[in-house]
Write a protein that binds this ligand. Structure first.
Ligand code: UD1
Ligand code: CA
Length: 426
């Protein structure tokens, strides 16, 4: 979207997290809260993004990399002061633009909500538009004070609120769109006359109202989106909401999840129809699972894995950066790492791939139709040929590839016989 830039506030320490890491770098699922906010803003179509950094800015800058421009706030004087940092010709030239402001600690606000807010803002040609929600638990949020005719009058922070204002159930979500020029004019007039002695961004509402500029509140109905993460407890609550969103989409697309409470599926996971997921299963990000598969119970599929249709990964199986072809099975207590398993392969109970030699992660290839006996150890790099078999307890040592149609046994593995028969996939 042209003519609109975004500022994400991420300078705060987040003292209530009680952590050495800046709050917004704490992960919700596989990526930091800040990553979620950046992605949501980008998905709403905004390309030009500023991140206000402060506490341990070098860590935040390292994470942000090329995704956005970082601007340092030297002294953390409040959210108004944070936005003020981009009021510099060198940083943000074209002030005729509109500016979206969002906080780095609200990772659940979706790109749809951001888009709606932008639309409403442009429709009304307002100087500013912000998002509110009604909640029966407004504790900790800024309260929305409306005037006698119901228009937005001001925002009051909890610390500064009267008993009556604290009873208000409409709160400030912390997402705003402003005409940039008008915003910076208003920010000039904001004073730190509150309990925390900070320059509050929220005070621009009263300033703009005094200047007779149009400032609107748009109410959203989704209470789940607004959660601002201020403590580890609220981070866990945010993750729970995030996890449930993914589970909801997953089951709606035709996947059976037997126990929603103990199933953890990250974002960027694709699962085919009629796959069944048993309890205590974890699927990390960037995984593809085909149709008609069976996963778990107690199965962990790690990032970068690819599972074809009709595959069975059973109890206590860890499947890491690996792929597996159709009708193959790893049913009991195995570690499979950096391994490509083709179709119709049976991996016996307790098979372990020793993929790490202390320095490198090495690859293993298991060709189609192979039958790996119970308790086999495959020391990578190694290749198991088509329709090859290993006996129970075999250790196949590194680079000692097993040729096609060959049965090996023992430690280290030695050839027992050739087999021309096609081994049934049992
Ligand atoms: C803020 C809002 C509140 C709203 C709530 C929604 C203000 C004054 N209050 O309160 O109305 O209901 O969010 O979650 O804006 N930050 C900086 N520099 C600073 C101070 C803060 O970058 O000098 C960043 C923080 O890192 C954080 C964000 O701004 O990501 C919000 O600050 P926080 O202290 O969490 O504000 P709240 O008290 O939650
Ligand atoms: Ca907050």
């Amino acid at each position: 979207m042209k003519n609109i830039s975004a500022v994400i506030l991420a300078a705060g320490e987040g003292t209530r997290m009680n952590s050495n890491l800046p709050k917004i770098l704490h992960k919700m699922g596989s990526k930091p809260m800040l990553g979620h906010v950046i992605d949501n803003v980008q998905d709403a179509g905004i390309e030009n993004i500023f991140i206000i950094t402060g506490y341990k800015s070098e860590l935040v800058e390292k994470y942000v990399g090329q995704k956005a421009k970082c601007v340092q706030q030297k002294n953390l004087l409040g959210t108004g002061d944070a936005v003020w940092q981009i009021n510099d010709e060198e940083i943000f030239k074209n002030k005729d633009q509109r500016l979206l402001i969002i906080y780095g600690d609200t990772p659940l606000i979706t790109c749809t909500t951001i888009k709606n807010l932008l639309e409403k803002h442009c429709e009304n040609n307002a100087a500013g538009t912000l998002l509110t929600v009604r909640t029966n638990n407004p504790v900790g949020y800024g309260r929305i004070v409306r005037n006698a005719v119901g228009n937005l009058a001001k925002i009051v922070e909890e610390n500064d609120a009267t008993v009556y204002e604290r009873a208000i159930e409409e709160i400030n979500v912390g997402v705003y769109v402003f005409k940039a020029n008008e915003l910076f004019d208003a920010l000039k007039k904001v004073k730190p006359d509150n309990k925390k002695k900070e320059y509050y961004l929220t005070d621009v509402v009263a300033v703009m109202n005094n200047a007779k500029l149009m400032i609107n509140a748009v109410e959203t109905l989704d209470q789940d989106e607004i959660l601002g993460v201020n403590s580890r407890e609220s981070l866990a609550q945010a993750y729970e909401i995030f996890r449930n969103r993914i589970l909801k989409k997953t089951v709606a697309s035709g996947v059976t999840v037997l126990d929603l409470k103990t199933t953890f599926i990250d974002e960027a996971v694709q699962i085919g129809k009629d796959t069944v997921i048993y309890p205590f299963t974890i699927i990390e990000s960037n995984v593809v699972v085909g149709e008609n598969c069976s996963l778990g119970p107690f199965c962990r599929v790690r990032s970068g894995s690819n599972i074809a249709n009709n595959v069975n990964l059973g109890n206590f199986v860890e499947f890491n950066r690996s792929s597996i072809g159709e009708f193959s099975k790893v049913k009991h207590q195995s570690y499979i790492g950096d391994t490509d398993i083709e179709d119709n392969v049976n991996i016996g109970a307790g098979t372990i791939v020793a993929n790490y030699d202390g320095k490198n992660k090495n690859k293993t290839i298991i060709k189609s139709g192979a039958f790996i006996g119970t308790g086999t150890i495959l020391v990578a790099p190694v290749k198991i040929g088509k329709y090859a078999m290993t006996g129970a307890g075999t250790v196949v040592t590194r680079n000692k590839d097993v040729p096609d149609n060959t049965v090996v046994i023992g430690i280290p593995a030695r050839e027992l016989k050739k087999t021309n028969k096609l081994i049934a996939n049992g």
